[in-house]
Design a protein around this ligand. Sequence first.
Ligand SMILES: [Zn+2]
Length: 400
Amino acid sequence: MPADSAGVPAPFLSFVAEQPLTDHHCHGVLAEGGDLEELLTEGDGGPRAGGTAFDSLPGLAFRRWCPPLLGLPSHAPVEEYAARRAELGGAEVNRRFLGASGLGALIVDTGYTPADLLSPAQTAACAGSGTAAFEIVRLEQVAESLAARGTSARDFPDAFRSALADRVARPGVVGLKSIAAYRVGLDLAPGRPSEQEVIAATGRWTGAGGGSGDGGGSAGDSPAHPVIARLAEEALHRFFIWTGADLGLPIQFHVGYGDRDVDLHRCNPLLLTPLLRALEPSGVPVMLLHNYPYHREAGYLAQVFPNVYADLGLATHNVGSRAPALLAEALEMVPLRKFLFSSDAFGLAELYYLGALLFRQALSRFLRRMLDDDDITLADAERITRLIAVGNAARAYRLS
Ligand SMILES: [Zn+2]
């Protein structure tokens, strides 16, 4: 077993450290800057609570692992780190962290793209010339773009079917994503809504926000643009999901942990059970994202439904040094052919790096313990690593 100078086993198994990863759920990186306090976690527990977001396990992991890539000692103070980061500039910081993440492919959610976020191809280019870029289309974004164009409720069902088919035909699109969890929760009825239900729900939605051009909206919105109301119509989310299933592409679901816009108690993946039963005959892969603190529930669903997959994105770096314990829990029940790596990094280059690094460390500890106990062979450990790192994503998303 490799050991460092203090005789402590090194944190990584060599084949885990060297294995390129497919990050099956992440976002674009910012071209420049980014507020470290703001982007480190999903919360407002830092400066707005009179402290710093770095007084947390993700903050301590950040300070442990990130400063050396900027030529600073581990645990360097955040102020010193931020100054060095600004001096190097966005392009160099992105190149250093993404380049050191060992990413073979990025599957990028383009549903939320503030102005200076790089595209999937640009983000992947920061990781190296060999890193492939793929795209996930967010279902709600396609609907909102139709509402912004003033599509009538009556025309909406056909317009959505055709707009979604066009979007997924673009090169590099490998899947879809639903953020129903953020809008209505995961307690979705199983059936496909009728055309009339979709038209009525669209009328309520666009009428509420002025998406069909009838004004309305909230303070602060520019009157020059139609204001799109929050998409809180359960039947519409079901319509999006079933329209996506008809196209045969994997559908990612936000599950569990997210920012405070989510009602976490409505994001338990077990609430999806009736819909998962209904979707099963379609064979469409259902990718449960994040899952914390319902990672055990997600593992159960992945065990009992042949088309359900799970990951631990976002949570992996948000629990910092506790990532090995969390990954071990997530892997208790999930078939090893159904678990994927993701970082859910957004904006900060450091988050791709931390997500990958803490994942490799956690997987190394998990496998090393099983190797030490003779629960698996070295060949098993290497095969499990390849499945979770690349194989499962390649199969589910049919990556070439
Ligand atoms: Zn995400």
